[in-house]
Unconditional design. Structure first.
Length: 466
């Protein structure tokens, strides 16, 4: 696989004549093609490997020393290896997700590194477990086994230790730190990681399910992060924490920092082989307000070059903050107006739609208007609704804008208001493999009876891809 980096994308964009007709559409097309990642590569049946030395490009699995591993490896001609680890087995408010998950797998086309995703083998040992930390048992360490798998791949492809990056968030960040103490000389990036396992809210349930007592001394030092970092002086650790996540900041970062005699401050605090990087990402769930491909490149630039640019960290933090604020705004998904598309129309779905005044007069408790019944996956949309007025006989004055899949299952209730002069929002669509519809309710869903909703105008436009 040829090298493909973000800077190559920048070069491709610069080659576009911006004064030419349709230049913006060309920019969108170049970006969409560049960031395309083939889901079939991770959803296919894994190849069973006989040994850790036989792991090859693509999906594979191996039963190694009694632990079951699911892997996704993408070979590159780069001399670097990026390894990402699975975190909690939860999503959508704590629901158990299917495994394997392979976080950040879609980064493989453009990160300029051999790419390895490893699923937590604890989830195959304990089916009800929601967070496993690759722990193992009292007498054996799956952390050690995972390190041996990584070393086998790095040796097979002649990747030196200083070119290995262990990367993860939350529980995956914890694993990165632990393995970094075993494979000395690598680089570790951990976001909102649990460095004090007993302080984490899931510790009690973890002990109950696994029978492992985290309060006792562990012969592998898996619950002693200070020891792990001190014992690997040649490993470079970069621990990032969101200052908006109070539990992560006070019960994790601050506790470890005190043990290391480090006074935390906003931005970076460096001591020996350890860097604390406190960033600011406002979010309804600040623990999961993490990185994206832009942040990855900036973090990677720092750890690769050990730069000492004045206030580089606070500059990056401002970018991080602003991107996350926009992301939070986009979560308030909303919609537009009556547009219908044929089944074969998949390329040019809803570029722009503008409709003037319309009225929804409720005749039942679920009266609504289908605004757009076909939206493109993984796209960013801008919505503007001008002057909303609701008359209600049942004193339920609300506008609800909802995003549905084509089974009409409610994905999210978006917005409740009374009377507004103008609403302007951004929303994103996910990769669902089916159509998304946008519906407008004159009242709360299931309670629209007797309401009359008047809207002056609606505009929706696709402004890019994620």
């Amino acid at each position: 696989m040829c090298k493909r980096t973000l800077f190559q994308l920048f070069n491709s964009l610069q080659e576009i004549d911006i004064l030419e007709e349709g230049a913006c559409e060309k920019i969108d097309a170049v970006r969409k093609d560049f960031f395309y990642a083939d889901e079939n590569m991770v959803n296919c049946i894994s190849k069973q490997c006989d040994s850790i030395n036989s792991i090859e490009d693509g999906r594979s699995s191996i039963d190694y020393k009694g632990a079951h591993y699911e892997l996704f490896f993408k070979k590159s001609d780069s001399n670097k290896l990026l390894v990402t680890f699975d975190g909690a087995r939860t999503r959508d408010g704590g629901k158990i997700r299917e495994i394997p998950y392979f976080p950040r797998w879609s980064w493989y086309p453009y990160i300029d590194a051999n790419f390895l995703c490893i699923e937590d083998p604890m989830y195959y040992k304990f089916e009800e477990l929601k967070l496993g930390w690759f722990y193992g048992t009292d007498k054996e360490s799956y952390i050690q086994y995972t390190a041996e798998i990584i070393l086998a791949i790095s040796n097979k492809y002649n990747i030196s230790l200083e070119n290995i990056i262990l990367y993860g968030s939350s529980g995956g960040g914890t694993v990165s730190i632990m393995i970094g103490s075993l494979i000395k000389g690598v680089k570790v990036v951990a976001l909102n990681a649990q460095v004090e396992l007993l302080n984490f809210s899931y510790a009690k349930e973890f002990m109950s399910i696994t029978g492992i007592d985290l309060t006792t001394k562990d012969c592998f030092f898996r619950n002693n992060t200070k020891y792990l970092i001190d014992n690997a002086p040649s490993t470079s650790y970069c621990l990032l924490y969101n200052v908006r996540s109070k539990e992560d900041l006070t019960l994790q970062a601050a506790v470890l920092a005190k043990k290391m005699n480090i006074s935390l401050k906003y931005g970076m605090t460096c001591q020996n082989n350890l860097t604390f990087w406190l960033y600011d990402a406002p979010s309804a769930n600040p623990h999961t307000a993490l990185d994206n491909y832009i942040m990855y490149y900036l973090i990677r630039y720092y750890i690769d070059n050990e730069i000492k640019i004045n206030q580089f960290d606070t500059f990056v933090n401002e970018i991080w903050r602003n991107l996350n604020i926009l992301k939070e705004l986009k979560k308030k998904r909303t919609c537009t107006n009556n547009c219908f598309f044929s089944e074969n129309d998949r390329v040019n779905l809803v570029k722009e739609c503008y409709v003037k005044k319309f009225i929804i007069e409720a005749t039942g408790n679920y009266s609504h208007r289908v605004l757009v019944n076909r939206l493109e996956d993984e796209a960013l949309y801008h919505l503007r609704i001008g002057k909303v007025k609701i008359e209600s006989k049942e004193k339920i004055s609300a506008l609800t804008i909802a995003l549905y899949d084509n089974e009409k299952t409610e994905i999210e209730k978006i917005f409740n208001i009374k009377n507004y002069e103008e609403i302007e929002l951004y929303f994103e669509t996910e990769r669902r493999g089916n159509n998304c519809s946008l519906l407008l309710y004159g009242g709360e869903i299931g309670k629209t009876g007797g309401n009359i909703l008047a809207v002056e105008e609606v505009l929706v436009e696709k402004i890019g891809y994620l």
